[in-house]
Design a protein around this ligand. Structure first.
Ligand code: GRF
Length: 195
């Protein structure tokens, strides 16, 4: 199985995924692609010997479909079987999602179905939640929806800020996403529950 990882930022989840794909793992990294040329994740991927590409969304303006045509064509050059979204900050259209249906997964920093979208940690704190966490799910046309493939919980502690909570959740993301990818790449869609 060949895996393409899409990101927009620092790529710490991407690094966790790359580092996991060794030995008897059923998948190998084929490509790390960013919509932003300045994404820190690109250098981290290159340093690990993984091909990188940039597909900038800005020349396409508001035309998401045109951006996605270019994105799809570039992806196909690397013949991925699985796409992992790892901090990829572009909403994908139904058309693009349909092309990769059942082969594209995403990590989201909340205990879905709670807190789809942005600012998940601030919203969990504002709600007084005792727990927070992260979810890996299959990507469907609806934002941060789709069958859940794994979930990991962390406690919310006194004095937490969105930043301290995000850091605690991110550590779990780095455990959860590789565990889910390993299972998913072997054809097993049963969910992973951590810790
Ligand atoms: C993570 O919190 C992920 O859940 C969210 O974006 C962040 C990406 O962080 N979708 P990184 O680029 O993997 O460090």
């Amino acid at each position: 199985r060949r895996v393409a990882i899409l990101l927009s930022g620092s790529g710490s989840n991407m690094v966790a995924l790359l580092d996991s794909m060794t030995g008897d793992h059923p998948a190998r990294p084929a490509l790390v692609l960013s919509n932003r040329a300045d994404a820190g994740g690109l250098q981290k991927a290159a340093a690990r010997g993984v091909p990188t590409e940039v597909v900038d969304h800005r020349p396409h303006g508001p035309d998401r479909a045109a951006f996605e045509e270019t994105l799809h064509a570039r992806l196909m050059d690397y013949r991925p079987d699985i796409i992992c979204l790892a901090g990829f900050m572009r909403v994908l259209t139904e058309g693009f999602v349909a092309r990769w249906q059942g082969r594209m997964i995403n990590i989201h920093p909340s205990l879905l179905p709670r807190y789809r979208g942005l600012d998940t940690h601030a919203r969990a704190l504002a709600a007084g939640d005792a727990e927070a966490g992260c979810t890996v799910h299959e990507v469907t046309a609806a934002l941060d929806d789709g069958p859940i493939l794994g979930q990991a919980r962390v406690p919310v502690v006194d004095g937490d800020t969105p930043e301290t909570l995000a850091a605690r959740v991110l550590q779990m993301e780095h455990r959860l996403y590789p565990a889910v990818l390993r299972r998913f790449a072997s054809g097993d869609r049963s969910p992973v529950w951590l810790p």
